[in-house]
Design a protein around this ligand. Structure first.
Ligand code: NAP
Length: 523
């Protein structure tokens, strides 16, 4: 049977790529599932269609109406949840629980932004803050507003969250009134492809509001102009390539980069083994190591424990890792699936060797694993791996190399907040790090030490253990992104996320005229 070819949706029609196509496989069995490519697609025309059809249609709507579109998108995905989960298991190597994390995260983010739209009501742009009296009398007035850009938002996503990655970017752009050209990572693109098909079949969005590139980005970014934006999630190296494109520089194309991150979890000196806080900490570390086979940009990579309990932390983690069943996620009882691609597997294996050289591997290895329910010698499986380093070790790789798999390193520290913050900062900027402590003074000191280096800091107290999904979960109302290695970007954060897609402009003039323009209402 010929392999299914996934098409792109551009310029108002489905288009099949020409030339060499990339094969998408099941990472647990290596069975080919589909093929895709963007050869021959007129990217300039695709962008223009979005700008000229989708942009005006979205801008004609109020925030509440755009919010209603997001709610409809969320409902469509929810209505086909099982089918999408099955695809995520097959094409993403996800366990069902991993797949739910991705797909439910998508619907939740869309519905959260739908609510924000509703709260902004019938406005079509944002009135930003209070008006300002600029002269001696109130007549000379200033007011900031933020209006939708007239361009297109190109969204380039990583392979690990094909549903959430699509939705978390699209929700914000569409609510802002900017059309989207979405490009999922090719290897795991079946989920985003099916979601787009469903949204188009349901005629949920105005024509031109959503396009899909199924395959490589080709020359799409070369056609971006001054009103366009790119939101990219992936490796730091690709982020650099995008940022340094001549037209991106020349036209000051806005670029948001979400890249690598060496997230840390710090156990406070008060959180003794056996305490509720200690157990909460272990649970979060373990979840982050194994969920999505560790392929989460927010996963805990560095486990900081006071030197006095570091050996205990190591032993407790090793004990728990022993019960993780690695295998084909389609099989009952499998707790952790494969990594996404052969390249990923190779990169993770290499990284394990490099991390091991900084200290020693105390659980797992880079060697082949016998995966439950997978054909012999097939699938991109690796065991969970725990590394430990000596207190005060230079450990250059631990603090500079993100091994994007089920891998973490125990790093002892003295027990002082200052020492912990200094070690974490060696990661060069991250998405999220966390503190597990009930000691408010220690927590405050450490949080303020971590804050300049992160987009989010998670305060892991036993008091929130029941309610919390852990630091690895990105929430739509909190910002996601981080400085330095993490890409320097910022997404989500409720209303804040819209700023990337809007042009803020200061109005300076006569108050009655400005009041007329803004409807004299802030939002
Ligand atoms: P990648 O190679 O950079 O790929 C990411 C995306 O960029 C894919 O859609 C890829 O398309 C596309 N791409 C590759 N080269 C491109 C180019 N020259 N121009 C335009 N697009 C290009 O990253 P990856 O290795 O697949 O992803 C894993 C990395 O993503 C990890 O380092 C992880 O930390 C990071 N990540 C970060 C976040 C975050 O929110 N900060 C979230 C998830 C992942 P193809 O698939 O078609 O090659």
């Amino acid at each position: 049977m010929p392999l299914l070819t996934l098409r792109s949706y551009v310029s108002g029609a489905w288009a099949e790529g020409k030339g060499t196509l990339q094969t998408l496989v099941n990472p647990a069995t290596e069975e080919p599932l589909a093929q895709a490519g963007t050869g021959g697609i007129d990217m300039a025309a695709a962008l223009d269609h979005a700008r000229t059809k989708g942009g005006p249609a979205l801008r004609a709507l109020s925030f509440a109406e755009r919010g209603a579109l997001l709610k409809a998108m969320s409902d469509v995905i929810q209505g086909h949840r099982d089918e999408i989960l099955d695809l995520a298991v097959k094409n993403g190597g996800n366990t069902r629980s991993d797949a739910k994390f991705d797909v439910d995260g998508a619907t939740f983010t869309l519905s959260s932004y739908a609510q924000i739209g509703q709260s902004l009501g019938d406005a079509k742009f944002v009135v930003d803050g209070e008006g300002i009296q600029l002269g001696r009398t109130p007549r000379f007035h200033g007011q900031h507003i933020a209006v939708p850009r007239r361009g297109v938002a190109v969204h380039i996503n990583a392979f690990n969250f094909p549903a959430w990655g699509f939705a978390e970017k699209a929700a914000v752009a569409l609510l802002a009134g900017v059309p989207v050209v979405s490009k999922p990572a090719t290897s795991s693109g079946m989920v985003a492809h099916r979601i787009t098909e469903l949204l188009l079949e349901g005629a949920v969005l105005p024509e031109g509001a959503l396009s899909l590139l199924m395959g490589s980005a080709g020359d799409v970014l070369e056609h971006l102009g001054p009103q366009d934006v790119v939101a990219f999630t992936g490796s730091g190296d690709t982020g650099i390539k995008i940022r340094s494109m001549p037209n991106v520089i020349r036209h000051s194309v806005r670029v948001n980069v979400e890249a690598d991150s060496l997230n840390a979890a710090v156990l406070g000196p008060d959180a003794a083994p056996g305490s509720e806080t200690y157990d909460f900490f272990l649970k979060d570390v373990l979840r982050d190591m194994t969920q999505k086979a560790g392929q989460k940009c927010t996963a805990i990579r560095r486990v900081l424990a006071p030197s006095s309990v570091a050996a205990q932390v190591r032993d407790d983690l090793v004990e728990r890792l022993r019960s993780v069943t690695v295998g084909n996620p389609a099989q009952e009882g499998v707790r952790m699936g494969p990594v996404a691609t052969a390249d990923q597997l190779q990169d993770v294996r290499l990284g394990i060797g490099q991390l091991g050289a900084d200290g020693r591997i105390v659980f797992g290895s880079a060697a082949e694993v016998q995966a439950v329910g997978a054909p012999a010698r097939k699938g991109f499986f690796v065991s969970p791996v725990l590394v430990e380093v000596e207190a005060g070790a230079a450990a250059p790789t631990v603090h500079s190399r993100e091994v994007f798999g089920p891998v973490a390193t125990v790093v002892p520290y003295s027990g002082s907040a200052e020492d912990a913050a200094g070690i974490v900062a060696r990661g060069g900027g991250g998405l999220v790090s966390s503190v597990y402590s009930e000691d408010v003074a220690f927590t405050s000191d450490l949080v303020l030490g971590l804050a300049p280096h992160h987009g989010r800091v998670f305060l892991g107290s036993a008091k929130i253990a029941e309610a919390s999904p852990g630091p690895g979960t990105v929430l739509p109302l909190l910002v996601h992104g981080g400085p330095g290695r993490a890409g320097g970007g910022e997404e989500l954060g409720g209303l804040r996320g819209l700023g990337f897609y809007l042009q803020r402009v200061a109005l300076e003039g006569s108050r009655p005229v400005i009041d007329r323009i803004t409807g004299n209402k802030g939002s």
